[in-house]
Ligand binder design. Structure first.
Ligand code: C2E
Ligand code: CA
Ligand code: CA
Length: 564
């Protein structure tokens, strides 16, 4: 590490001499080799290979204009137009006045005329060009952050990349952030906030100024990046770092968090490593109890996928990528089960990801409100199917739709549903509304008001996932509901586990007490069906009868029902 910084500060600078004539190359080399490390190339193409592979290390290129293959002008143009190479100054070798002007116009730093001047003159010109180029970088970005004395962000990444290019060693990336720093500034003033940052800065100095080395910078106001040679016991070290930092700033009632990307040799570049460490650090924002965490690839790709789903949503609605499937519900009170209604369940046929399950996107869309648009879309599809089947088969199959907890807060909900009824000339009892039990317990007052209004209009309300939301029995008696839908997980084990069996019995008894029908969901086997029948369950939905299916397949079930 030390060696690297010294090289950058002036020792061991490297110069590339490009000339097709051996003698000329050697003469120049002789003049400079005591002061610089020299590489040689005999034509433009070979020079370009060296420049590309050594771009971080080259301090200067001395270039003959007349060469076979790629000539000096071509090479000069290339270097000046490439962002990664532009910083390297070029001195051209010429013998004509015209060429001097042209090459300066193309961005050469200086020129040396052939035959060569005195060696001292040449050495002075070389030194001058190199210093000028280096100073101009430093003028643009001063190397250190004034407050903490750590590198600034630009130099940090420049040095880090240089280091990565010259070393094979694995490097871990750490991002350190101060929790709720803006509050520190607001409560105690900026000077106090600065003091905290200084203390953290000097602590970080100590971490990187060890034998193993490392680089660090203050990347944003209260955020620090630390680049350390990979260590297997980083976790232990972190624990000690955190307690040391907390000791330094304990009286300030401040805590820090650290996100880490552990280098596993996956050849990510330095920026990519820090992006990931930053993600890990951001994830800790909401949990002040955890001080550090490691980047997790799986989590990251999941987050990226969810972000895509949100971004693609509007297009998907427009292009009708969402398809509504229907799953039949059968009344089992009589000997022969009959089709009584169905549930509309949405699926997303994503052009890239294929079939995406509602389990993946419903809660995501509940978080950001998109669920309202999706539900509206599904309800419209469902209502138009009721109408279509009515017209086609002279039979009314009510469809139950899922009403998300977010929809309940939409003051326009009643109007939206009314419009659908009018548009399709169907009745409110043809559209059953499923509302999950936990929505009732979350916001009982609002939901009761909304549901009463809907029931007054004739809509039937089914309480979905019953048994999962912990409604009290007392509360149940006051809730406006027209059916109880037992959560699938209770049905799953009724034939194998006595407790589940007894629980389902109790839930069916509750429904009798409330005088509403009970629907069992997730019925997959004949045994489950028979047991539920014995217990007095009214309606059954599940793979035993049918999976959720597209509308055209569902029509076959309607036809079968009509045939009897
Ligand atoms: P849910 O409302 O409880 O729907 C029942 C889920 O159980 C459906 O999953 C259905 O395919 C599945 N299922 C039905 N019978 C069986 C069975 O016998 N065995 C098993 N293992 N599963 C069965 P799906 O379609 O993946 O939907 C998952 C959840 O996503 C739904 O749970 C519902 O909460 C939500 N959802 C689906 N469509 C919509 C929608 O249009 N709007 C809203 N707000 N939520 C929806
Ligand atoms: Ca449901
Ligand atoms: Ca359910």
């Amino acid at each position: 590490m030390q060696e690297l910084l010294e090289r950058k500060k002036g020792l061991h600078r490297k110069i590339l001499i490009v000339d097709d004539e051996f003698i000329e190359r050697e003469m120049l080399g002789e003049m400079l080799k005591d002061l610089y490390e020299i590489s040689y190339a005999e034509n433009g193409a070979l020079a370009l290979d060296i420049i590309k592979s050594e771009k971080q290390r080259l301090s200067l290129i001395i270039l003959d204009l007349h060469m076979p293959e790629l000539d000096g002008y071509g090479l000069l143009k290339y270097i000046r137009s490439d962002n990664n190479l532009r910083r390297i100054p070029v001195i051209v070798l010429t013998s004509e006045k015209d060429a001097e002007v042209k090459s300066l116009q193309l961005g050469a730093a200086d020129f040396i005329t052939k035959p060569y001047d005195l060696p001292d003159v040449i050495r002075a010109r070389v030194k001058h060009s190199i210093e000028l180029a280096e100073n101009s970088i430093i003028i643009h970005e001063t190397e250190r952050d004034e407050l903490t004395g750590l590198f600034n962000k630009e130099f940090f990444f420049e040095y880090g990349k240089l280091l990565d290019n010259q070393n094979e060693i694995l490097m871990d990336a750490l991002v350190l952030d101060v929790n709720r720093f803006h509050i520190v500034n607001e409560l105690y003033g900026k000077a106090y906030g600065d003091l905290v940052l200084k203390k953290i800065g000097s602590f970080i100095h100590n971490i990187v100024n060890t034998k193993e080395g490392g680089l660090a910078c203050r990347s944003e106001s209260n955020c620090f990046c630390i680049y350390l040679p990979h260590s297997d016991d980083l976790k232990i070290k972190l624990q000690s770092y955190i307690s040391q930092v907390n000791e330094v700033i304990i009286d300030h009632k401040i805590s820090i968090r650290i996100g880490i990307y552990l280098d596993d040799g996956n050849s990510l570049n330095m920026e990519e490593k820090f992006d990931r460490a930053k993600l890990a650090c951001q994830k800790l924002r909401s949990t002040y109890s955890t001080a550090f965490d490691f980047y997790d690839e799986k989590l990251h790709s999941k987050e990226l996928r969810l972000e895509r789903l949100v971004n693609d949503f509007n297009k998907a609605i427009k292009e009708k990528q969402f398809k509504v499937f229907y799953q039949p519900k059968y009344n089992i009170l009589k000997e022969k089960a009959h089709l009584t209604s169905c549930e509309a369940l949405v699926r997303w046929f994503h052009p890239e990801f294929g079939l995406v399950s509602p389990f993946e996107f419903i809660s995501l869309f509940e978080e950001n409100g998109l669920i309202q648009d999706l539900d509206r879309y599904v309800w419209a599809e469902a209502a138009s199917k009721v109408k279509e089947w009515k017209d086609k088969y002279s039979i009314t199959i009510p469809v139950s739709v899922n009403v998300s907890r977010i929809d309940i807060f939409n003051p326009n909900l009643e109007n939206i549903l009314d419009e659908l009824l009018n548009k399709n000339s169907i009745q409110s009892k043809d559209l059953l509304l499923e509302i999950t039990e936990s929505a009732y317990t979350d916001n009982s007052k609002q939901i009761i008001e909304t549901i009463n209004a809907l029931r007054n209009k004739g809509f039937m309300i089914e309480m979905d996932d019953f048994g999962n939301g912990y409604s009290s029995l007392n509360m149940l008696t006051t809730l406006p509901i027209d059916a109880l839908k037992l959560d699938m997980k209770f049905i799953k084990n009724i034939c194998i586990d006595k407790k589940s069996c007894r629980l389902v019995e109790i839930m069916i008894e509750i429904s009798k007490m409330l005088e509403v029908p009970v629907i069992a969901e997730g019925v997959e086997t004949k045994e489950q069906l028979e047991l539920l029948k014995e217990m007095g369950c009214d309606i059954v939905q599940g793979y035993y009868f049918s999976k959720p299916i597209p509308d055209y397949e569902f029509e076959e079930l309607i036809k079968k029902e009509i045939r009897g």
